[in-house]
Ligand binder design. Structure first.
Ligand code: NI
Length: 433
């Protein structure tokens, strides 16, 4: 069994940063400041200038879309989707989706993310990328449809993929009805019934844009939140991405059913949709997690960027510096994400018995000096490049910024080939010797 000691480092435990030694045995945190019996460190990481945090949790993304980064920027939302992204996306092969997911995972690990919640189209590809990279993920096959049809081919694929991934401890699954505008009420009811039947959670996009809300009002006389509630989506653990266009009444519904909301500030703002009313959601006691959304709409998968935005935009729009503070922001990106994904007690915290999913930051970076308030550093001044070492499930997947499980050169080669074939440019090729 591999045993790792992180010796005398700064560590974020229960919202407080202090100096601790962390003992990792197998895939778990086996002791904090207390050496477990029989522990023999195969590796010792000197914590003198290091800050250990729980690995960040990207609670909403589409990893296969990483190759679509920067292909359709600064365009109106519907043009972005239907003229910019979708025609290229439709030409992606399953193999493209695998390399896309590998690129996404590489970027996430480099920025301290250890778990992501993915909605995808090509089954078996993200799961394979997760297996190969050592990442932790919750995966759902994106589902669209109109009729009450449990034999919808996408639904069948979703279950086929769950079967395929059930032996990997780092993988778990949900059902992923895409959104109210792509899932009719009968189909949504069908997916909710299946989720109940099989004991699965639901991951859905809700209330992303004004157009979505206006159309639902016109066609069904309800809000997106009411639409999903009516279909039964909230009768199971539910992750609602976006929730930008919601009322106080909607917030009450989300709280009543313990729905977790994933806010994606960069994506929402970039597409001109606004952003979720996070202070109001938190005040109402709703679990709020943080996501990047896909690289086509962000265009980064860096949660440090997202944490900074989250902590700043609500202060700016509410004209008060005392909302969504540093400690709360870090909690949203870690503990709350785990709770949303059904992984509370597994990841998102540094505690004995939890999986060893950790990001270790180099405090000798200028952005981390002086060490006046490291929680503030994490939220306001870090940019992700300070992440030096990443451990997932007790395995070191990055050390001194070198990825151990991903051959980045190979990934870049495949992404370049794919970009050429998909006709999305690669205008500036990588210079290779
Ligand atoms: Ni999305």
């Amino acid at each position: 069994m591999s045993e790792i000691l992180i010796k005398d480092a700064y560590a974020l435990i229960d919202g407080v940063i202090g100096r601790h030694s962390i003992y990792i045995s197998g895939d778990q945190i086996a002791g904090i400041d207390r050496m477990p019996e029989g522990f023999q460190a195969a590796r010792t990481i000197d914590g003198a200038d290091r800050l250990v945090i729980p690995g960040l949790i990207n609670a909403h993304t589409h990893s296969y879309m990483a190759p679509l980064r920067n292909i359709a920027d600064d365009m109106p939302f519907m043009d972005w989707l239907f003229k910019g992204v979708q025609p290229v996306e439709d030409n992606m092969t399953p193999e493209d989706a695998y390399w896309g997911a590998m690129l996404a995972i590489a970027e996430m690990i480099r920025c301290g993310t250890t778990t992501f919640n993915d909605m995808q189209m090509h089954i078996h590809q993200t799961t394979k990328a997760v297996r190969d990279s050592g990442m932790r993920a919750v995966i759902c096959r994106g589902l669209v449809g109109d009729e009450y049809d449990k034999d919808n081919y996408r639904v069948k694929e979703a279950f086929e993929e769950m079967e395929d991934g059930k032996d990997c401890g780092r993988l778990s699954f949900m059902l992923g009805p895409h959104a109210p505008y792509s899932c009719g009420p009968d189909f949504l009811r069908c997916v909710a019934d299946l989720a109940k039947e099989k004991g699965l959670g639901i991951h859905i996009h809700l209330a992303e844009s004004v157009t979505e809300i206006e159309n639902l009002q016109k066609d069904h006389g309800c809000s997106a939140i009411e639409y999903a509630e009516e279909a039964g989506c909230f009768d199971v653990p539910c992750i609602a991405a976006h929730c930008v266009q919601i009322s106080d009444h909607d917030i009450g519904i989300l709280k009543k059913h313990n729905v977790s909301v994933v806010t994606n500030p960069a994506s929402n703002m970039k597409l001109g949709n606004g952003f979720a009313p996070v202070p109001e959601l938190l005040k109402a006691g709703v679990n709020v997690a943080l996501g990047t959304d896909g690289a086509a709409s962000n265009n980064s998968l860096n949660l440090f960027h997202e944490m900074s935005l989250l902590a700043l935009i609500h202060k700016g729009t509410n004209m008060t510096p005392v909302c969504v503070g540093a400690e709360e922001t870090v909690r949203i990106a870690t503990e709350n994400g785990a709770k949303a994904l059904g992984l509370a007690g597994v990841t998102g915290k540094i505690a004995e018995g939890m999986k060893a999913d950790l990001a270790i930051l180099d405090l000798t970076e200028p952005s981390m000096m002086p060490r006046t308030d490291l929680l503030s550093s994490l939220t306001y001044s870090a940019n992700g490049s300070e992440v030096d070492t990443v451990i997932i499930d007790g395995e070191i997947v990055m050390e001194e910024r070198e990825l151990k499980t991903i051959d980045l050169e190979r990934v870049y080669h495949e992404i370049e080939k794919m970009s050429d074939r998909l006709g999305i440019g690669n205008k500036q090729k990588i210079n290779r010797k």
